[in-house]
Design a protein around this ligand. Sequence first.
Ligand SMILES: Nc1ncnc2c1ncn2[C@@H]1O[C@H](COP(=O)(O)OP(=O)(O)OP(=O)(O)O)[C@@H](O)[C@H]1O
Ligand SMILES: [Mg+2]
Length: 260
Amino acid sequence: MSRRRQIYEGKAKILYEGPEPGTIIQYFKDDATAFNAQKKGTINGKGVINNRISEYVFTRLSHIGIPTHFIKRLNMREQLVRQVEIVPIEVVVRNVAAGSISKRLGIAEGEPLPHTLIEYYFKNDELGDPLIAEEHIACFGWASNEEMQDISAMAIRINDFMCGMFAAIGIRLVDFKLEFGRLWDGDYSRIILADEISPDGCRLWDMITGEKLDKDRFRRDLGGEEEAYQEVARRLGLLDTDNGPSEVLDLNAHRKLRGK
Ligand SMILES: Nc1ncnc2c1ncn2[C@@H]1O[C@H](COP(=O)(O)OP(=O)(O)OP(=O)(O)O)[C@@H](O)[C@H]1O
Ligand SMILES: [Mg+2]
């Protein structure tokens, strides 16, 4: 690992140069941040679980025809992906009001939205990732109209698929964040799904108890974040495999979370 060239260290992941041109390795850390990195901490085992959950979700999305950067998982904390030029927009898909939309517009958390909302935020830590309109994206050339059509269509398909996938395991998909990138082929580029999909960037509520199974446990000091991430992985069937992360994960996590 030490001989590989590090390209970037972010809040949750480190990027290394991949074995072939056009590939990179994503290393998933246990570091957790919230409120634009004003709050910092660690969630033990988070990197291992997010690597596994993201592999699973990206693989399932590729099966329904969503192009993604994912190539293969290399080990417990690393995956090989296609390097892209990240579109500097965070795409947030919301089904139920929570977090910033509740605060900004005074809508009670947990209120189902009349229809699915897609929001765009400018990816810029110094500015605190501000909410933007499609007009800003066009005006400043952050993405073309064609690219935005691909991005919004993919976001809706991903949401439909993930709502069903999580509903099947008793989880309500409240909202989530996506990042897309440009994959260049000569003079042409196409948009593919990049980054990660994990409880770091999704709001996942137990359908019956309403219990939060995502990073809000860390943001709001609710405790039990390790167990919550493990519970999501367990329900997706990702903990009981021979070469999965089961050996480092506590299989009884879901019982602890419920205080049994
Ligand atoms: N396939 C890819 N090719 C190139 N960069 C990628 C790819 N997938 C994700 N990235 C970028 O790699 C970084 C991942 O690191 P991490 O998630 O820790 O970043 P971060 O601290 O959240 O920072 P950022 O605000 O840039 O997202 C992000 O900047 C993300 O946009
Ligand atoms: Mg990130």
